[in-house]
Structure formats: structure tokens, C-alpha cells
Design a protein around this ligand. Sequence first.
Ligand SMILES: NC(=O)c1ccc[n+]([C@@H]2O[C@H](COP(=O)([O-])OP(=O)(O)OC[C@H]3O[C@@H](n4cnc5c(N)ncnc54)[C@H](OP(=O)(O)O)[C@@H]3O)[C@@H](O)[C@H]2O)c1
Length: 260
Amino acid sequence: MPTALIQGASRGIGLQFCQVLVNRGTTVIACCRNPGSAESLQVLKEEHPSLVSIVPLDVTSETAIEAGAQHVQQAHTAQLDLVINCSGILSPTGRGETSLKEVSFKNLEETFAVNTFGPLLMGRYFSPLLQSGTGRVGQQHPDPRHAHTGVLVNMSARVGSISDNGLGGWYSYRMSKAALNMATKNLSIELGRGRKKVICVALHPGTVDTDLSRPYHKNVPKGKLFTKEQSVSYLLSVIDNLSMDDTGKYLAFDGSSIPF
Ligand SMILES: NC(=O)c1ccc[n+]([C@@H]2O[C@H](COP(=O)([O-])OP(=O)(O)OC[C@H]3O[C@@H](n4cnc5c(N)ncnc54)[C@H](OP(=O)(O)O)[C@@H]3O)[C@@H](O)[C@H]2O)c1
């Protein structure tokens, strides 16, 4: 059975990934910054002690990411088949900026730390474990020269698309996700070289009923707000079908490409 590591596993989409993967028999290493307050994750671990481990990891700390990778390698496994970076904030206030007056260096920096810098450094410190993976997540390419060992997913958002930006606003969030998409593309190039290739993709989960989107639910057209269950089920179908042909792509929950 594969081994997956979910970063940002305490709530929302990350927690839902853990629940569904465990139900599939996948071994899950769930990373979150404050395990003591991640009650639903603790319950999942109690229900499935042999499949779930919880690792403390604040994605805004490079020291914590490096220590987390060392701990996983020493205490759990040196082989990962899937890493999903799920942490994300709209901004430290919980809302996107509506005008320039709300933009501040501090808030930009904090949003980038959670949404962009941390996920990229997760790639740096955890990619050796993905390069030692068994390639059991995704579809192996028919040409063995394009076989992969692991899959790295960065949870992006459609609002990170520069060409799709018709409304403006949400400076920190949009910029952090656009930069995350660039990081994902770069990762796909570097980790696509050599014999041990890692598929790297940026995924948009749809608009999902979680704490992050809650302030904006009333603006979402009826039927367009996904439950966490719906979103993760769609995203896992996309992930299950990824091959090296898809590396570097920015994909929506239905598998369609989003223009950068
Ligand atoms: N919901 C949507 O409609 C939507 C749409 C597009 C994209 N996305 C993306 O999907 C991903 C998951 O979002 P969600 O909707 O599930 O949000 P959520 O329910 O608000 O969960 C956010 C997660 O990020 C974690 N996090 C925040 N700061 C962190 C830090 N410093 N270190 C480690 N973890 C940290 C939170 O942990 P704590 O519990 O410790 O705070 C929580 O687990 C995000 O990247 C988001 O941008 C969501």
C-alpha cells in the first residue's frame, strides 16, 4: 500500500484527504502545526493507529520542515509515494484585501510564508523521500524512461491564474498562489530529471465549504460550493490518473488545465 504525507492536515481539505486515504488503506503521515488542537485528526489516529501518524510541522519554519523530514525518515519511512501541501490562508486577517489600502508588507509576508515559501521548502526537504517512493500513486508512463517514483501536489487556487484574473483584489492570496504555481513548475523541471522522477502539479480544489472560504459562502452561486467530500473525491481521481505527461501542470478538480 502507498504512503502519503499530508501537510496542513488539521482541518478542511487536508483532513479530508487523510480520512479518505486511510479508508483506502494508505499509510498517512499527517503534518500540522499544533497536533494538540487537531481533534478530528487525533480521533482518526485513535481509529486507525497502524495507518496514521501525526507529525508536528509549522510550514512557516524552515527549521521545522527540515526537522520534520528528518523525523519522518528516521521514525516512519524513507519512502513516500505522495506529498500534498494543503496549508493555506487568504491572509492573516482571514479575508482577502479588497483594495490597495489594505495591502501591507507584514500580511504579504505571512501569506507567502504559509502558501508559497513553506510548500516550496517542503519540496526541498521531502523530495528525497519521494525520489525513493515506489511509484504506486498515479499511472506509470508506458515508456519506462518516463517512470515516476512519487507525486508532489501543491494545493493552489484558480485565483492564482494571472490570465484568469478579471476581478482584481485579494493581492496576497492571488500573488502567493501565482508564485506557488511557478514554484511547482520549477520543481517539475528539477525533479523530472534523472532516473527517479517526481510528478509535480498544482491543483485547484473548487470552491469548498471550509473555514478558509466561509466569509464568502454567500457569494457562491447555488450548487457551486463543494463539500470537502466532493472536492477530495474529485482531486483524488485527478491524482490517481497523473503520469509524467502531466508534470508541471496547473489543473482543476475536473482534470482540466487552468491557464497560468
Ligand atoms: N476552500 C476553498 O474554497 C479553496 C479554494 C481554492 C484553494 N484552496 C486551497 O486549499 C488548501 C486547503 O484549504 P482549506 O479550504 O482546507 O482551508 P482551511 O480549512 O482553512 O485549512 C487550512 C489549513 O492550513 C493550515 N495552516 C495554516 N497555517 C499553517 C502553518 N503555519 N503551518 C501549518 N499549517 C498551517 C491550517 O492549520 P491550523 O489548523 O493549525 O490553522 C489548516 O490545516 C489551501 O491551500 C487553500 O488555499 C481552498
